[in-house]
Ligand binder design. Structure first.
Ligand SMILES: C[S@@+](CC[C@H](N)C(=O)[O-])C[C@H]1O[C@@H](n2cnc3c(N)ncnc32)[C@H](O)[C@@H]1O
Length: 264
């Protein structure tokens, strides 16, 4: 997150976030990384952005085509597949007093879990919990486990709302780690089995993405699915795929790009 301190309310938010960090010694490592990122390495987040946007826009397909091509499954919007559950979740989001990050491509995620018959999924970035909700809906059929990593919303006192749209009947299959990825992921990887699906949707800096890709990819099983949101923010996903000789599919979703591949 890169701050431009333009308004009084923004200054107040940054101050509140800073105080929030000071009250949580377990988050000091992330505070240190954020300070370095926002002072010494301000351009790091957008490294290679132009190159990747050009590349992604030339090869992008929509969710429907991606679901058919990668999984040979028929596309159906998650909201139509589970209308009542989706409606209840939407009501909870609308009643939520704090504003969090928006939902990812739910159909892609749900289909990836169905395709792999997933037992173990790791996701980074929860916010309201839309991606957790879609993933758990598939995982619960096989009594599988979703491991999620999410930073608390320190600037908004919003800790208790993270994952609020996830219904109670799915929570028994869910382990939520409430630290920064760099602390959460090593803990998650210690206790999880072979991973069937990875969904990356948290820290969108180049270094943060590259670190998480390199940490998670070796633990993904062959035939498992790797999904990363917002690959248009910088070239981390494209560079990672080139380094690993992976030919990914790029999906256009809400004017952004999602990267996805099945591990060979
Ligand atoms: C776009 S939202 C996630 C949306 C969610 N995946 C969905 O589809 O509904 C991004 C989330 O990542 C979290 N986040 C950002 N940086 C993080 C980090 N370094 N470690 C863990 N979580 C982080 C934010 O707190 C936020 O909740």
């Amino acid at each position: 997150m890169y701050y431009k301190l333009n308004t009084v309310s923004e200054i107040a938010r940054v101050f509140k976030t800073f105080i929030g960090y000071l009250k949580r010694p377990d988050l000091y490592p992330e505070l240190g990384r954020k300070i370095i990122k926002n002072t010494l390495n301000r351009n790091g987040a957008f490294k290679g952005k132009e190159k990747t946007n050009l590349w992604a826009s030339q090869i992008a397909v929509n969710q429907e085509i991606a679901v058919k091509k990668l999984f040979n499954l028929e596309f159906q919007p998650f909201s139509e597949r589970y209308p009542q559950e989706f409606g209840r979740a939407l009501d909870i989001q609308n009643a939520c007093p704090i504003k969090m990050g928006g939902a990812g491509a739910l159909e892609l995620l749900y289909s990836a879990c169905e395709f792999t018959q997933a037992q173990t999924v790791i996701e980074t970035g929860v916010a309201y919990g839309w991606s957790s909700f879609a993933t758990l809906t598939s995982l619960q059929k096989r009594n599988g486990t979703l491991y999620s990593s999410d930073m608390p919303y320190l600037g908004q006192n919003g800790d208790q709302y993270v994952g609020c749209v996830v219904p109670d009947y799915l929570r028994g299959n869910w382990k939520l780690f409430r630290h920064a990825d760099r602390e959460s992921l090593p803990k998650i990887l210690k206790e999880s089995r072979e991973i069937d699906v990875v969904h990356y949707d948290s820290d969108k800096s180049y270094e943060g993405m590259m670190w998480a890709y390199k940490t998670l990819y070796p633990k993904l099983r062959k035939g498992g699915v790797f999904i990363s949101d917002d690959i248009n923010d910088n070239s981390a996903f494209q560079d990672f795929c080139e380094q690993e000789k992976i030919v990914p599919t790029v999906v256009e979703f809400e004017r952004k790009f999602v990267g996805i591949f099945v591990k060979e």
